[in-house]
Write a protein that binds this ligand. Structure first.
Ligand SMILES: Cc1cc2nc3c(=O)[nH]c(=O)nc-3n(C[C@H](O)[C@H](O)[C@H](O)COP(=O)(O)OP(=O)(O)OC[C@H]3O[C@@H](n4cnc5c(N)ncnc54)[C@H](O)[C@@H]3O)c2cc1C
Length: 341
């Protein structure tokens, strides 16, 4: 493993934005990972793990510390009863894994087709789409714990999965480095096409839902919503959908009787922010020179080229500020910020 210096992070992120890493190491084994963490300790600098860079915005000033690019690969497999268990290296491509499971006729992650990034990042924000979340198939997560310099196994419950959240984002799990994820996939099952867009797709196409046809449908639907990453930069949904109280929902319904909402625990409601940014606080399609809000899906902030992270962050801050001042709803980013803004 080589420790490089002064490496531009732009090409390692799907936003194609951001400055340089003071130090940068690509690790492909657990020993290399341990050495990289040891290096940051000895140098007295912080470190941060990078997967596919599809969920982060790097500051124009870059990152003062060590970026560890996780490229630990490998897939192991065993069978138990009605399930197949896969232990997958954190550096494997997520979508290659989904394609593999679909080909193998294994149920559980087919609706998560087309999400960029690495396997190791999926538990971090409990990746989800089209009615599935990884928390429903993750059996264990192997991590490197820098506090003990040891590898440990976390059960699904210990990961404390929530909506786009987990123990790894805060609290006791922050700083743990995912090295392998264990998935429990069913040998048989019924594809889940209950999500509105999928249901509509299958009704219109009049085809039978199989694992492959669900994957194909998700890829087609996503292609109509997300920018082509070969042409424009983006980091997926910039914000989480807000979860609001019953009183807040009532007040909104007085003004917007059709506002969609989904019941959550403790009498709270999830409101699709995309709807809000289209109908209530209109940001859909707004463009500010090099950056803007997608005209297809307003949760997506797009970098059209030639821009900088500061402009992107300012756009995001303005959106959050207007939603707060006009609707009294606090929205929080799904994107991770790297470096100082
Ligand atoms: C076009 C597009 C569509 C998207 N669609 C979806 C979607 O439908 N649903 C969804 O949930 N997300 C979506 N995303 C967001 C993103 O793809 C996922 O969050 C993905 O899991 C991030 O993986 P990554 O490897 O790129 O992580 P990175 O962006 O590299 O890292 C994200 C965070 O995870 C941490 N991290 C990464 N790897 C590890 C590790 N091994 N150990 C510890 N921490 C780690 C990083 O430090 C960082 O904090 C989309 C993004 C894009 C660009």
């Amino acid at each position: 493993m080589k420790i490089l210096q002064n490496v531009s992070l732009k090409p390692f992120t799907t936003f194609q934005l951001g400055g340089r890493a003071e130090y940068f190491a690509a690790v492909s084994t657990k020993d290399e990972l341990t050495d990289a963490v040891r290096f940051s300790r000895q140098a007295g600098i912080p470190y941060m793990v990078l997967g596919g860079g599809s969920n982060l915005l790097v500051s124009d000033d870059g990152y003062q510390g060590l970026i560890i690019r996780n490229q630990i690969k490998g897939v192991s497999r065993y069978e138990k009863g009605a399930h197949i268990f896969l232990g997958v290296g954190a550096g494997e491509s997520w979508d290659d894994l989904v394609a593999y499971t679909v080909k193998q006729n294994l149920h559980g992650i087919e609706n998560l087709s087309g999400i960029p990034g690495s396997v190791g990042a999926t538990p971090i924000q409990n990746v989800g789409a089209y009615g599935q979340e990884v928390q429903n198939t993750i059996s264990w997560v192997e991590v490197f714990n820098p506090a003990t310099m040891e590898f440990e196994l976390l059960t699904n419950r210990q990961c404390e999965f929530r909506y786009r959240d987990s123990v790894f984002k805060s609290g006791s799990g922050k700083g743990l480095i995912v090295t392998e994820v264990g998935f429990k996939l069913a040998k048989e099952g019924v594809p889940n096409i209950s999500y509105r867009d999928l249901k509509q797709h299958f009704n219109e196409q009049d085809i039978r839902p199989t694992l492959q046809s669900v994957r194909d449908a998700v890829l087609v639907i996503r292609a109509g919503k997300f920018p082509d990453l070969n042409q424009h930069g983006c980091g997926g949904s910039f914000f989480k959908n807000p979860i609001i109280s019953r009183n807040q929902l009532r007040r909104l319904q007085d003004v917007y009787p059709d506002i969609p909402h989904y019941s959550q625990a403790h009498e709270t409601y999830k409101v699709p922010l995309a709807w809000v940014l289209e109908h209530a606080v209109p940001w859909k399609g707004v463009r500010r020179k090099h950056v803007g809000v997608s005209a297809q899906q307003p949760l997506i902030l797009v970098h059209y080229g030639g821009g900088n992270a500061r402009d992107m962050k300012r756009l995001a801050d303005d959106i959050a500020h207007s939603v707060r001042s006009e609707l009294n709803i606090l929205i929080t980013p799904e994107i991770c910020f790297v470096g100082n803004f």
